[in-house]
Design a protein around this ligand. Sequence first.
Ligand SMILES: Nc1ncnc2c1ncn2[C@@H]1O[C@H](COP(=O)(O)OP(=O)(O)O)[C@@H](O)[C@H]1O
Ligand SMILES: [Mg+2]
Length: 270
Amino acid sequence: MPIRRISSKWAKTEAMLASSELRGLVPDTRPFNRDAVRSMLDEYGMIYVKPVNGTFGKGVIRLGKSTGSDDAYTLQAGEKQLSYPNFDGMFDALLKVKRPRPYLSQQGIELLKHEGRRFDFRVMVQMNPSGQWETTGIIGRLAHPRKIVTNYHAGGTPLPMETLMTTHLEKAERTSRSYRMELSKLGVDVASSLGRRFPGLKEIGIDVAVDVDLKPWILEVNTMPDPYIFLRLPDRSVYRRIRRYATAYGRFRRIPRASAKSKRRRLVKR
Ligand SMILES: Nc1ncnc2c1ncn2[C@@H]1O[C@H](COP(=O)(O)OP(=O)(O)O)[C@@H](O)[C@H]1O
Ligand SMILES: [Mg+2]
């Protein structure tokens, strides 16, 4: 069976919402339309709208509503935040900024910060060679100081989980070991659930936000996760294992030994 990929964030979110175990970890998510945006802003005060088939943080927009100020609504895409006195003004601007394709609207999570910059995590889960789901890598992504997305392709910086979480965990009297275990288990739960819905899935990369209570939230699941970000961890064994598992299920082409040898022979001849 070929490795299964699912690009629609909506299909993957629906699959998680169908699982009683995962439902509580997924921010409220609805198809994008005027009513959804209005009522979700009333309910949550801050939401993200994003393309159903997006990557690299492209087209992602953050909307805010505050009470008691003249510029009650804010919109940010990229580095600049714009303010509007009313919903209609903000929504008109949103329709201009938004890409002309399907979007979804999601409850915003206030990400934890490190040195004034937001961060979240990428949790890599793979089918190991014994056919079990295993969390093989966890890495933090620190957003560019003025951006609303943490993606590496949008100027985010990959960093070890401990660098970002130690002070937050100390305040909550938690160890990074126990937090790592919590995220690993979450990874396996998500993979098992999506794997039942989408047979052929071999690897996923989950974007996990952590809120001020240290509750992890699943922002999205990628079915073609970038393995190379894990090269940025000082512990090289993490990437090596990711690569080994991925080679076993056929993501990387195996170089047959014989041909490698004959190539070498050819090089020697020359
Ligand atoms: N609901 C949300 N609350 C807070 N931050 C979010 C939310 N959704 C997305 N983000 C931020 O935007 C980034 C990109 O969004 P994501 O859904 O992962 O789309 P993409 O496929 O473009 O990576 C996330 O990594 C996170 O930093
Ligand atoms: Mg993402």
